[in-house]
Design a protein around this ligand. Structure first.
Ligand SMILES: [Mg+2]
Length: 274
């Protein structure tokens, strides 16, 4: 009898155990908990500056006001010249900070594929002051060449975007997009080879002005910028871009294989403090 009761008790315990959901049972279909640090989190402050800093807007106006003043003086001095200006597109003429917001929200880093998804939308907006300046250049009879590292496969969507923004001189002969190399020197030479005197360059990356800056350390880029000091605000008009640029890639020694964590560690280790 005692044995029978023992078996009955054990059976009840077993039955109860089998019918109880463990309180912390993992649910296989549930997504893993989000990482507390997203890979593009470090760009948030810079994006906020671009989108909300009136100081950013003022700097853009300052750049385009300088460009306007310089170009009018040049045209006045060379009324019969075959003059041209070379401009970058991204973060010089158009604002793509919305793509960077998307990266932050997705916890992702830039890839050419997601970038092209963004440009295919044709939704970039104007950098403050850009439209008025390029319309003025057009009215002064100055040729505008858009030398951009957007790929030739992005041309159609880029054209649509720029048409909707009201930019001038948009036929294909005015576009020099990236084919094989991101270096722009060859394309700048191609414009000069057409017989134009290129009187001004506009960009947000020093590589938009001279190939001397390409693939250099930031220390070297500083030295080259110092050596060209007199050209900024004259024939080199530069716009602020705190979100991305060669300066950031140079921090990583142009090593594109580093993980997000490794890049984060480099960024923190190079900071100068006291
Ligand atoms: Mg740019």
């Amino acid at each position: 009898m005692k044995n029978y009761l023992q078996y009955a008790f054990a059976a009840v315990v077993l039955f109860t155990a089998c019918n109880q959901e463990p309180a912390t049972a993992p649910i296989a279909t549930e997504a893993p908990a989000p990482s507390p640090y997203k890979d593009s989190e470090f760009t948030v402050q810079a994006i906020l500056y671009h989108q909300f800093g009136s100081e950013y807007r003022a700097l853009c106006y300052q750049g385009y006001n300088l460009a306007t003043e310089r170009l009018m003086a040049i045209v006045k001095a060379k009324p019969k010249g075959k003059l041209a200006i070379i401009t970058d597109l991204d973060e010089t003429v158009v604002d793509n900070s919305y793509y960077n917001t998307w990266l932050v929200n997705e916890g992702a880093l830039y890839t050419p594929e997601t970038w092209k998804q963004w440009t295919a939308e044709s939704k970039a907006t104007l950098v403050p002051g850009s439209l008025a300046f390029f319309k003025l250049a057009d009215s002064l009879g100055v040729e505008i060449f858009y030398v951009s590292n957007r790929g030739v496969d992005e041309y159609k969507a880029t054209l649509k975007n720029m048409q909707e923004l009201g930019m001038p001189q948009l036929d294909s002969s005015h576009f020099y997009l990236k084919t094989t190399t991101s270096g722009k020197e060859e394309r700048r030479q191609s414009v000069a080879a057409l017989g134009y005197e290129v009187v001004m360059f506009l960009g947000d990356n020093l590589n938009d002005f001279s190939m001397a800056f390409e693939k250099q350390t930031n220390e070297r880029r500083h030295a080259i910028a110092d050596s060209l000091e007199g050209r900024f605000g004259k024939d080199f008009i530069i716009f602020p871009n705190a979100i991305y640029g060669e300066w950031e890639v140079a921090l990583y020694d142009y090593n594109h294989k580093l993980t997000a964590a490794e890049k984060d560690s480099i960024r923190k280790s190079v900071l100068k403090g006291f």
